[in-house]
Design a protein around this ligand. Structure first.
Ligand SMILES: [Zn+2]
Length: 292
């Protein structure tokens, strides 16, 4: 049975193979999907993005169509190059989506449904996303509220894991997670219960600022634009523009200490930080705790 991180990895692999590509063929063994596909064909649509939410895999296509699959039990997505032999028998195929050279095949998924943004919003089983840091109506208050809410319900969660949790704040990737914690001088391994209101505000502001800058910058690959450095060509090393991400063993651009890296959370994502700019605060040493 796939665990959350397996689904997360599957979604990432699907995203890498298919996103931005046009669907050239669609096949399904499910009558409901087949009839919906007759009315609103999948072929010709562009794969916009693929994301994991809990045990669900969401595949977004242009024209407001979302294929939602539940990966409970033996459900799984495979990616094949065209002509490659499938690892499971065709009888288990539920959905097969071809985009040029690649084919994504869902075997044995117990649930596969098409949704629109609206029907997805109304569905109470599929986890919702948190406020989107890139949305036009995003407010710092809403972002801080989401962090505060998470701190109340999951006080032991580590802050950098929470920053990546799309159900808390949507839009931050693994690069920004480290950059945002650095911007607020917050040690990425601190538990939510130790994060102050002021730090939450700084992190939400940094998230918003970095993501907007990245979109304006046009690189769109999760690379932050660090202020104070010239933006020149696309060929320049992206890590030149980051404070901590990808810089373990190098000097902190602010204080000169050595940047560290450690795998963090269930998904073992790389987290970078400066031990001097982002010191570890023990809860017990904080006198304000006695006031709670
Ligand atoms: Zn530093």
């Amino acid at each position: 049975m796939p665990e959350g991180d397996t689904i997360f990895r599957a979604a990432r692999a699907l995203q890498k193979a298919l996103s931005g590509k046009v669907v050239t063929a669609f096949e399904t063994g499910l009558a409901k999907l087949a009839s919906l596909n007759d009315d609103t064909p999948l072929v010709g649509r562009t794969v916009e993005k693929i994301e994991a939410r809990g045990k669900w895999c969401l595949m977004f296509f242009s024209g407001d169509l979302i294929l939602v699959t539940h990966m409970l039990m033996s459900g799984t997505w495979h990616i094949y190059k065209i002509g490659e032999k499938w690892w499971q028998p065709k009888s288990r195929m539920r959905v097969a989506i071809t985009c040029g050279d690649y084919q994504a095949v869902a075997f044995n998924v117990p649930i596969a449904e098409f949704h629109t943004t609206r029907s997805l919003e109304r569905n109470s089983q599929i986890p919702k996303l948190g406020p989107d840091v890139l949305a036009d109506d995003f407010s710092i208050e809403a972002g801080v509220w989401a962090l505060r809410d998470r701190a109340a319900s999951h006080p032991d969660d580590e802050i950098a894991v929470v920053l990546l949790n799309q159900r808390v704040l949507a839009g931050l990737g693994n690069v920004y997670k480290s950059e945002v914690a650095f911007a607020a001088n917050v040690n990425p391994f601190r538990q939510m219960s130790t994060i102050t209101e002021r730090e939450m505000i700084m992190m939400v502001e940094a998230s918003h600022k970095y993501m907007k800058a990245n979109v304006l910058d046009g690189s769109g690959d999760g690379i932050v634009t660090y202020t104070g450095n010239r933006r020149t060509t696309h060929s320049m090393d992206s890590s030149d523009r980051l404070w901590v991400y990808g810089r373990s063993g190098k000097e902190c651009r602010r204080c000169g200490a050595t940047i560290l890296m450690r795998k963090q959370g269930e998904q073992a994502r790389s987290t970078y930080w400066c031990p001097s700019c982002q010191p570890w605060h023990e809860m017990a040493n904080d006198p304000s705790n006695n006031l709670r």
